[in-house]
Design a protein. Sequence first.
Lengths: 330, 292
Amino acid sequence: MNQSRKAYVLISLFALAIGVLPFVISSHYIIGVMCFIAIYGSLSLGMSVLLGHAGLFSLAHPSWFGLGAYITGILSIRGIPHPAAIIIAAVCVAILAYIMGAPLLRLRGYYLACATFSLLLIIVIIIGQLGSLTGGHDGLMGIPPFSVGSFVLRGDFHFYFLSWGLCLGILWFLNNLMDSRVGRAIKSFNDSEVASKSMGVNVPGYKLKMFVITAVMASLAGSILCFWIRFIMPDMFGFPLLVELITMIVIGGGKTLYGPLLGSFVVMWMQEIIHMYLGKILPVMTAEVDALFFGVLIVVILICMPGGLASWLEQLMRAGRRVRERLARG
Amino acid sequence: MTLLSQFIQYTISGITAGSIYAIIGICWSVVYLITKILNFTTGEFVMLGGMLTWGFHSAGLGIFPASLIAVATTICLAIVIERTAIRTVRYPSEMVYMMLTIALASIMKGVILLKWGSETRKIDPILGNEVIHIFGAAITPQVFCVLSFLVIVTAGLTWFLNYTLFGKALRASAINPTGAKLVGIDINKFRPFCFGLAGGLGAVTGIITTPITFTGYEIGLLTGLKGLVAAIVGGWGIIGTAIAALALGLLEGFCAGFISAGLKDVFALLVMTIFLILSTFRIPSGFKRRTS
């Protein structure tokens, strides 16, 4: 079986398992957390492709997520049909990402990281300051439940399928993209920009396209988040979210596509465990306290296990294969 | 308030903020030039200096012993970070270092939040509370303390880097690590020194600015980033950073006064973004590459 067909089989098996899960487990709590895993998983998938595959150290990813959520929320409060609001938000974010990405992506390395980091903070501050439009630091309230025509999406069950639909769609799309000519070009300029330029790869064009595509993915995830929890505030999209996303990518391993999903699974459940068991002991419980635990995790993993869980799994599989070969030989 | 007194007031607050950014910018560039690491914990050192002093002071120590212990603790912490976290990374790259220091910064922030809560803290100024009036503008004496510290740091570091053997070796290894190794300079011993220097300078900055701007667990990120803006625009040199930081502080002061106080951080961050984008075009590259 060749590599790409193997990936298809694995993705469809995974999709099947995800689809069956809510019929097996009826706990609302678990389904709710799985929704979060899907939303943050789609976010970290996009960011890991930028960071790990394309080598673009862009830290502005949470702000596309936030902008998508805010534009969708504001439009749907004003009475625009909800699917249209999601599409308008995605288009707005794509245009913004294109306008800002074109000059920003001329930078590389540390300087790109600094510029996108300041973009992240600028967007959070501006959202906080536009009080009449966005509700300021108190957050945007009164977002209506998601409805298409007369059909209203309510409850964890519906959003479970919506969010996992988006997440699996992104996984499938990125898997195909990375296996294509475009994907190989992207990987090549991560290894050596000069070499891939000399082979005729349009490096700035591909960089900008990847930046815009992942921004749109983040915006879609943000729209789903906005309809699901129906309350958003600027602090949800700032520095703590960035630390959380980096944790997901570092834990899972940014070189593979299933790594960030694995990372978001671990991170979200860890967050739940922290809130459940340490919430009573600790005096305050904010996103910054979560960021403390994630920070410890990032440091430990970067020092002890730089490839993340994905490389660990691969080592395990290789060891298993070796044992099987030895057994077959006798 | 007349326009003149407003103007003087904003100039003074701009220069004060600028001196703070200048010292923090020097902390960034000291680490960056030697180790090629953008150390995102720089801002947290400033926060630690102020918060630890407040903590020890409220635990019953006098203000001077408390500040001394706070500075010593921050220096030790900076050196420990370099020895344990930064040096043990197996596959070093810019991305890994940046993730690592961002993670360390969020650890420090979280620990202080858990220990001392989210209220803003203040300590008493060293030079007393009396406000001096010039043309209707009010100055607290602590401003002179900040300014003189900036002058001492700039002059001291310039002397140290240009006229002592250790400082010259430091500069040499910043300019060309391989060449420095060839003439027998042990580069690795500079790394903890630079982190310790950044930690110490940051902590002192945190202590002397706390009476003016107050301190809290979350000040590190934005204050630190503005120092980074100054360091980048100033071309990583000491004098350049100081001039860029003062200009940035003045810009911020006037923007906060005449346009909008809530958006003043946006202006500072926009300066960095626009400068970085402009520096990718060929025109100001000669201005950018010069290091002192």
